[in-house]
Design a binder for this molecule. Structure first.
Ligand SMILES: C[S@@+](CC[C@H](N)C(=O)[O-])C[C@H]1O[C@@H](n2cnc3c(N)ncnc32)[C@H](O)[C@@H]1O
Length: 325
């Protein structure tokens, strides 16, 4: 199964970035991850096979819509083939992308999150970056667009690997890579990343301090953590642990106040922790589209959009930046 995805260019880029000594650990983790059975994998691989060969053309990774290739006419056979194959990789949760004129209008306007994060973080130019829980790699492309030396994304979802493979078939990036592995599979002694991103993952972790420790251990000394997560109003001692679902999600564990999160970051050994952005999640940012026709935020909120349907505070997200001392 591992032969269906090709990681040779990742290993070459790892060596170029001076990280070649970690290749065997990555290989072992990827091999292990690809033994996982996913009943949909055959269909996703078939969709990848159907993607048409199109001439190389410029891509633009430095704008809201990650764009590759010259637009095809919407009634051309290649356009129809491309759109049909990409739709077979639904649901597209993160985006937007524009591949040869096919606009992937994903559930999330991920560009809005990136616009809230990017102004507040260390310049990504020439940095070695890890994105933990990277989804389909939309942000990896934006990191490459911002000049990253190498942007490594990890996410166990094979659908997201398939989506990234489709996007990169046309973006042809050799600095952004998605690996189908969990953060638990990375050796603690790695400690080599200049920036570690963890966006939209913290509240899914059962053990927040262990997770923060793992993130810290992956950074080099002086490296930067960029953590984006759900927060609620309150003081240093406020944390919501939803007894059941939160906005219909059954895997939400800890939603601290911003004050509590800052305390937790300090307790977990980070220096200079600060909150750089706070905003309510809107139904303009997360919504159903042709590319994600299922249930989205609107169906998880009460009629005034102030509470989740379970009666919890409606989602608000904060961005925290901190350093490994
Ligand atoms: C809510 S999404 C966030 C995606 C993206 N970072 C964003 O902010 O839009 C959480 C992601 O974490 C991934 N994930 C779940 N368990 C993980 C693990 N153990 N290691 C890394 N990623 C994981 C999921 O597959 C999912 O793509």
């Amino acid at each position: 199964m591992s032969n269906n995805f090709d990681f040779a260019s990742f290993y070459a880029a790892l060596a170029r970035a001076g990280l070649g000594k970690w290749q065997s650990q990555f290989t072992a983790a990827i091999e292990q991850a690809l033994t996982k059975r996913d009943g949909n994998l055959a269909a996703w691989l078939a969709a990848l096979q159907e993607l048409p060969d199109l001439p190389d053309a410029l891509c633009n990774l430095d704008q809201a819509e990650v764009t590759a290739g010259n637009p095809l006419s919407a009634d051309s056979p290649e356009f129809i083939l491309l759109k049909t194959a990409l739709l077979r990789l639904k649901p597209w949760r993160k985006g937007p992308f524009n591949l040869h004129g096919v606009r992937i209008d994903s559930e999330w306007r991920s560009d809005l999150k990136w616009a809230r994060v990017a102004p507040h973080i260390a310049d990504l130019h020439n940095r070695i970056i890890l994105d933990v829980g990277c989804g389909n790699g939309y942000y990896l492309m934006r990191m490459a667009g911002a000049g990253a030396r190498i942007a490594v994304g990890i996410d166990p979802s094979l659908l997201f690997l398939a989506q990234f493979t489709a996007v990169n078939r046309y973006c042809r990036q050799d600095r952004a890579f998605l690996l189908p592995i969990g953060f638990e599979q990375l050796p603690e002694e790695m400690q080599c990343f200049d920036t570690v991103f963890s966006m939209g993952v913290f509240y899914h972790r059962r053990s927040p301090f262990d997770f923060l420790r793992s993130l810290r251990m992956l950074l080099r000394q002086g490296g930067e953590l960029v953590l984006e997560t759900l927060v609620i109003d309150g003081d240093q001692n406020t944390v919501l642990v939803p007894p059941d679902r939160y906005a219909r999600m059954n895997n939400v564990w800890f939603i601290p106040s911003a004050e509590a999160m800052l305390t937790w970051l300090a307790k977990a050994g980070f220096a200079d922790a600060r909150m750089v952005d706070l905003c309510k999640t809107t139904v303009e940012e997360q919504r159903c589209t042709e590319w994600m026709p299922g249930e989205s935020l609107e169906m998880c909120l009460d009629k005034n959009n102030n509470l989740t349907i379970e009666g919890h505070p409606a989602p608000a997200r904060a961005v925290f930046v901190a350093n490994r001392p």
